[in-house]
Write a protein that binds this ligand. Structure first.
Ligand code: ARG
Length: 433
């Protein structure tokens, strides 16, 4: 920050510029993600100050009006959050004071930057978890659509990257769909946990002004209050970790899908063609068409893991606010920005994949029917271990059967047909209900 003295300057003090810069770190830049949420929280606070008899109607209207204008100016690029300010909280008060004089100086009555940043962060995390839920739900839907269309398309199933038994492209895609559906539920569960309003908890001890906390929570769309004033402070970082855990499991599923696609798209397999829009060229080799997007999708998980490690490291603290908590902000924002940017590409990627059904079918070799054959013998009364040995001996002659027969023999859910897909769609509907 440069120029203006910080909010907490009490008189004429010489503030060391290097120390100030060190404390503010890159907050003013990071806070560009938080400013609109802080503006919303500030409007709710101003309304509560009015209900508590601290502000007149005219003062409330002036402050709320300027806050709305600031939010709009920021969104439309007329207001920049930069080094002039220590953070978004200071910027808001500075702007209100510049525009409204004495009235502007009233906005921080009975609040602390501690409950201010908590509120802005909860609103931010809530918005990210809504995006996460939507990205996982949409990925699940698109995968199910493709699964339905390919329920009867046979493909090899692998374990240890070795051919195992025939499966179907539909079952394979629905498998990824179910992963993303679980992730959407995880995001929803994390959202329930963070959906509690910390506004009005002040520096962590409440205030003597009768702030209508329930009214503030309702205005901000929270389902409940962060009740205890101490717990509200202690929740910072911990709830961020819960939110990142939901993001993390989704990025694990993205990585697995990305790996499958990398292997399937290899020129050795050629089971799928990645859409042109998701590939890049080489700066040197004119022949290359590289799967950079799916490769980078594999890096989302470690980005989130790094952020979680960093936050958990900072949280080794006693109760109450400590400036250490500021250091949880950068990893949180970085992980959500990168994680969601990648996840939100998944639906379009899934839509545009071209599977080579003939190549998938051709990769099913006769030996892959050996398990079916052993179980056929079991049904004829042969003990399994004996049947296993006989099927092994018969392997070269098993080519008589088709993958369809093999799949039909396995009636279990997910092996073939649309039954499992219909049940997944039911579960998807109850998530959305
Ligand atoms: N940038 C600070 C943070 O993120 C804002 C809160 C400052 N509070 C304080 N008591 N110094 O934690």
């Amino acid at each position: 920050m440069s120029g203006a003295s910080p909010l907490w300057a009490k008189g004429r003090v010489e503030l060391d510029a290097a120390v100030q810069r060190f404390c503010a770190a890159d907050d003013v830049v990071l806070d560009r993600e938080l400013l609109v949420h802080d503006v919303k929280g500030s409007i709710a606070h101003v309304n509560a100050l009015y209900r508590a008899g601290i502000l007149s109607v005219a003062e409330r209207d002036a402050l709320a009006g300027e806050l709305v204008a600031l939010g709009r100016d920021f969104m439309e690029g007329r207001f920049t959050l930069d080094e002039r300010f220590e953070d978004c909280h200071s910027a808001i008060e500075a702007r209100l004071t510049e525009r409204l004089g004495e009235v502007g100086k009233k906005v921080h009555t009975a609040r602390s930057r501690n409950d201010q940043v908590l509120t802005a962060l909860r609103l931010y995390v809530r918005a990210q978890l809504e995006r996460l839920t939507a990205a996982c739900t949409t990925s699940c839907e698109r995968l199910l659509t493709r699964a339905k269309a390919s329920a009867a398309v046979p493909m090899p199933g692998w374990t240890h990257l070795q051919r195992a038994m025939p499966t179907s492209l539909g079952a394979f895609l629905a498998g990824h769909a179910e992963g993303f559906l679980d992730d959407a539920y995880a995001a929803r569960a994390a959202l329930d946990l963070v959906d509690a309003c910390p506004l009005g908890t002040g520096a962590g001890f409440g205030t003597s002004v009768e702030l209508d906390r329930d009214g503030e929570a309702a205005e901000l769309g929270f389902v409940r209050l962060a009740l205890n004033v101490h717990a509200a402070q202690s929740g910072r970082g911990k709830l961020d970790l819960l939110a990142l855990q939901a993001l993390h499991v989704a990025t694990l599923d993205v990585r697995r899908l990305a790996w499958d696609l990398s292997l399937f798209a290899s020129q050795e397999a050629r089971f799928v063609r990645l859409p042109d829009a998701f590939t890049t060229g080489s700066s040197l080799m004119p022949n290359k068409r590289n799967p950079d997007v799916v490769e980078l999708l594999r890096t989302l998980a470690p980005t989130v893991e790094g952020a979680m490690t960093e936050i958990a490291g900072v949280l080794a603290l006693p109760s109450g606010y400590h400036r250490d908590l500021q250091a949880t902000k950068a990893p949180l924002l970085r992980a959500f920005a990168r994680g969601l940017a990648g996840l939100e590409l998944v639906p379009a990627l899934v839509d545009a994949l071209t599977f080579d059904e003939a190549a998938l079918r051709a990769a099913i070799t006769p030996d892959m029917y050996a398990t079916d054959r052993a179980l056929e013998l079991v049904r004829e009364g042969v003990p399994f271990r004996e049947a296993y040995r006989r099927a092994a001996a018969e392997m070269p002659t098993l080519s008589e059967r088709t993958p369809e027969e093999s799949l039909r023999a396995r009636r279990s859910l997910g092996a073939a047909g649309n039954l499992a897909i219909e049940r997944l769609e039911e579960r998807l509907r109850s998530l959305k209900a």
